[in-house]
Design a protein around this ligand. Structure first.
Ligand SMILES: [Zn+2]
Length: 183
């Protein structure tokens, strides 16, 4: 149940009892489950990222997700929030297997960090599946994931799943046979 393929989205809230992963490991200010943290470190080392990629957000407690959601509603309104911020209880960040990454340049936007399809960020994106990560919310799959295109959000699913999903262009919902998401 707490395996690397756990699906958390608007139709699949995080199950009771998994609110705090047992093996959180803090790296550069972001907490991830230890296997994911190790894998992330390995990708960053592999591409020679140095300090060019910032870990913007990793594990979040339900309370943190509630705060982020409420603040986004206040600052950016319901339309923006529905696109980019998962409902409390339904955020993948609560699993400790998801991380938002940002190109370290000037001020980093916490909700939508810049992570372009070029340079060191693209190097990360291309190498990530070899280490168990997938780009979780690609363009064109919004109707399946229920989340807008998020170039900065990566999810640890482990090997060989990350390679299969990337090669076949499947989101986690499709890979698990969950079909289409929110109507
Ligand atoms: Zn995220």
């Amino acid at each position: 149940m707490s395996g690397n393929l756990i699906l958390v989205n608007s139709r699949h809230p995080l199950p009771e009892g998994l609110d705090v992963p047992p093996d959180l490991s803090v790296t550069d200010g972001a907490a991830l489950r230890s296997e994911a943290a190790e894998a992330l470190k390995a990708v960053l080392e592999h591409i020679g990222a140095g300090d060019r990629i910032a870990l913007v957000s990793g594990w979040r407690s339900r309370e943190e997700q509630e705060e982020i959601y409420a603040q986004s509603l206040r600052d950016s309104g319901p339309e923006f929030t529905a696109k980019y911020v998962a409902l409390p209880g339904c955020s993948e960040h609560q699993t400790g297997l998801a991380v938002d990454l940002g190109l370290r340049e000037g001020e980093i936007d916490f909700i939508r960090p810049r992570f372009p399809y070029s340079g060191i960020c693209q190097s990360f994106r291309l190498a990530a599946p070899k280490f168990g990560f997938v780009e979780r919310y690609p363009a064109g799959k919004e109707h399946i994931t229920g989340i807008a295109h998020e170039p900065w959000h990566f999810r640890y699913v482990g090997l060989p799943h990350s390679l299969i999903m990337t090669e076949s262009g499947l989101t986690l919902e499709e890979y698990l046979g969950e079909g289409s998401g929110e109507a």
